[in-house]
Ligand binder design. Sequence first.
Ligand code: SIN
Length: 280
Amino acid sequence: MATQIEIKPISGALGAEIAGVSLADELSNEAFNKVHQAFLDHHVIFFRGQHDLTPEHHKAFGRRFGTLNVHPYVKGMADHPEIMEIIKEPEEKTNFGGGWHTDMSFLEEPALGSILHAIEVPPYGGDTLWANQHMAYETLSDGLKETLSGLTAIHSAKGEYGPKGQSALGRQSMETSAAPDAPEFEHPVVRTHPETGRKALYVNPAFTMRFKGWTRKESRPLLNYLFEHCQREEFTCRFRWEAGSVAFWDNRSTWHFALNDYQGHRRHMRRVTVDGDRPF
Ligand code: SIN
């Protein structure tokens, strides 16, 4: 008899753990549909005990959702350029992803989702948090929703991945840093999820520079308000990693934050990023 797939929410805002699935096996269409629906319903899903997941399996699971991205600034594995190695060595002080963001919003077609596999975890700390951006949108006043509905924001990697950016600072895992003239792309401030039709806020502190047609100085107060609102505790969940855990999150509807509270210990993760569509 096939193992039952169990889906258990981990917070009131988002996130669910899925039991009864081995990502090292090719999922039947029925199992895949359940996992896909859980991803859309809960925005980030977790699988524990995936010790047998090889880089090939990891990529094959990602490819069921779309094509895979090769990150422009972070090193990939030698034989698997689509798999980023997110490693913090014991002597490194800053971590990768240590601020609220959504992946790759600096691209014209930002990421659909990211699949992170824990290879080695510190003895304590190193949790990741996610925040539900549908809730962030839905809890705004009608007046602010109306103002935001007409706004477009400019996104770029030049801050976060520039030579002085949080993700670049002295990190051994960086391939290169973003040039000062790295491209800028425009995305609507409120995007519609292409699969569910739900609206979500789509700005983030790492990559959103300003509103289109506004100066940086003019944009800052409203962006700061939104950044604070988007990370309200009641919109979040927090995941405690074990070696073999996998998280798969929807970058179209969530932010995430990798906590840097395990100085002196090693943390090693592998990430596959699934390409998405142009936000509308
Ligand atoms: C990331 O931002 O993709 C990294 C998340 C983590 O390492 O927990």
